[in-house]
Ligand binder design. Structure first.
Ligand code: HEC
Ligand code: HEC
Length: 450
């Protein structure tokens, strides 16, 4: 009877309650060992169940939570009006599904009702009709974008999610349409082109202190697979060589065990989640980082007061724990068995861990340094432009698992090495490794196998 009531309390109560009750059982009936073991097992079950629930919550947040950012993307930028087009009361031609797919947006086939799937399969859906995009948005089928509909079917607003940039689909139904792949970088996504659809970029122009036309030029310069998170801190849109300052969208899988994140090591995963949700997505939460008060390095952020953001109610902070857990739970995917030469990869592994000295920084199996995983630009033989846009003026050793998922756009933060062969050639000359052509090929096959 007593044990039964313990269980009932465990179902609805808290761990604290459970602990108290287990103590009363121990002192009450003397079945000390059994009662303690049962309580411990129940606590374990409970922590397992709670962990599973945390991952489900985190996944929901990653995929579907806008954190209230529709007030910015719809309310301020009026992006929904460009999506619906004049026919539905907005502006311009509207965004058809064909256009949406062309700028790299992805469609989640699992969110589509069978009737829509069948119609798509039969070619009975007009992919040039913006009205279809509105329906897809209503179904939450456009990965990372949520439409908020009016009762007449037009859009009231639109918001974005983490999944916009850090998920793609497996193309199992058609190119751009398939099952979600959370954590994969969407290297097709042209963020600049999408934001550039906005009929009103005056708020961004005001933030950056430049004319709206300049904002549009900058957005058009990013290209597919890139976004510039630091632009809204330092206002630097172009590198000294005149090319875009935007960086490639990185994967968000395989991050457990890795200390610092982003290409330049701004902070931990959860630091960066709070940063992005508040400062980039314009969700409504709380963010604190006095490093952004450094007006020499971050003039835009210092002016805008990004170092100390407070919103009531806070729609972000309560979700950070589960979002963090979910991201850490995403394993890096394994490359298809036939996608690399196994014998060459085995030889490449020896080089990676030995003569080529890669593993001194890319320490397996994390492939970054356990500890403080940052390096000065001169340690890896590149310029310091991007490093100098972050508080530590350094580059973070990139974890390398699942490289095969993001070859589009190239390697290093800005994609400066178009291929892995180019990257290996850089290391070969910078570190004077004197690798033979065969050895370089072996190293590349190993990187493809990670
Ligand atoms: C508009 C595209 C975009 C959106 C939306 C976005 N990110 Fe990112 N994310 C990026 C880019 C670009 C970087 C690289 C930034 C840098 O290094 O300066 C990045 C970096 C990261 C990293 C670091 C990865 C690593 O290897 O260290 C994590 C983790 C991450 N984002 C998670 C999230 C989460 C969680 C959300 C939602 C709260 C989110 N991102 C929303 C584009 C985006
Ligand atoms: C001194 C430390 C260090 C050594 C040694 C080193 N790397 Fe790196 N590696 C880095 C850093 C830091 C970056 C991030 C550079 C950037 O994004 O600009 C990086 C990036 C990479 C990337 C790009 C990953 C991506 O997603 O873009 C690959 C691949 C890579 N290294 C492979 C190697 C190989 C192969 C070797 C050995 C020949 C090697 N590294 C040696 C520190 C190192």
């Amino acid at each position: 009877m007593r044990l039964l009531s313990t269980r009932m309390l465990l179902v609805s109560g808290t761990i604290v309650v459970a602990t108290c009750v287990s103590i009363s059982i121990v002192s009450g009936d003397g079945r000390e060992g059994t009662a303690t073991a049962t309580a411990a097992a129940e606590r374990r079950d409970r922590s397992g169940a709670e962990a599973a629930q945390a991952l489900r919550n985190g996944r929901e947040t990653f995929r579907l939570d806008t954190f209230g950012d529709e007030d910015f993307w719809g309310g301020t930028l009026k992006l929904h009006r460009a999506i619906e087009g004049v026919k539905f009361g907005g502006v311009g031609a509207g965004v058809s599904p064909a256009t949406a797919l062309a700028v790299g947006l992805k469609v989640d086939v699992d969110a589509l009702p069978p009737a829509v799937v069948n119609a798509l399969r039969a070619g009975a859906v007009d992919l040039n009709d913006p009205g279809v995009t509105l329906q897809l948005l209503k179904l939450n089928a456009v990965v990372g974008v949520t439409g908020f509909p009016n009762s007449d079917g037009s859009l009231k607003s639109v918001g974005i999610q983490c999944a916009l940039c850090h998920s793609t689909v497996d193309d199992s139904f058609a190119p751009g349409i398939g099952h979600r792949l959370d954590g994969w970088a969407n290297r097709d996504l042209n963020v600049g082109a999408i934001v550039g659809l906005s009929p009103d970029l005056s708020s961004v122009a005001t933030l950056l202190g430049v004319p709206e036309d300049t904002v549009r030029t900058v957005l058009a310069s990013w290209g597919p697979g890139k976004f510039d998170a630091e632009l809204f801190m330092d206002g630097k849109a172009f590198r000294p060589d005149g090319r875009t300052a935007a960086t490639l969208i990185p994967p968000a899988f395989g991050l457990a065990g890795v200390n610092l994140h982003t290409y330049t090591g701004w902070g931990s995963v959860t630091y960066w989640n709070a940063f992005v949700a508040n400062l980039e997505m314009h969700g409504k939460g709380t963010f604190f980082d006095p490093r952004l008060d450094n007006a020499d390095q971050f003039p835009v952020a210092a002016r805008a007061g990004f170092s100390n953001v407070r919103n009531e109610p806070d729609l972000i902070t309560p979700k950070l724990g589960d979002l963090h857990a979910y991201q850490l739970s995403l394993p890096a995917p394994r490359p298809p068995q036939n996608s690399f030469d196994h014998a060459a990869a085995d030889r490449g592994k020896d080089l990676f861990n030995g003569d080529a000295k890669c593993a001194t920084c890319h320490v397996p199996p994390l492939f970054t340094e356990p500890g403080w995983n940052l390096h000065l630009p001169e340690e890896i033989g590149i310029d310091g432009f991007q490093a100098d846009r972050a508080p530590d003026h350094r580059y973070r050793t990139t974890p390398l698992k699942g490289l095969f998922t993001h070859v589009k756009g190239g390697f290093y933060h800005d994609g400066r090495f178009a291929t892995l062969a180019d990257l290996v050639n850089h290391y070969d000359s910078f570190f004077s490794l004197h690798l033979s052509d065969q050895q370089k090929r072996d190293l590349v096959e190993y990187l493809k196998s990670l």
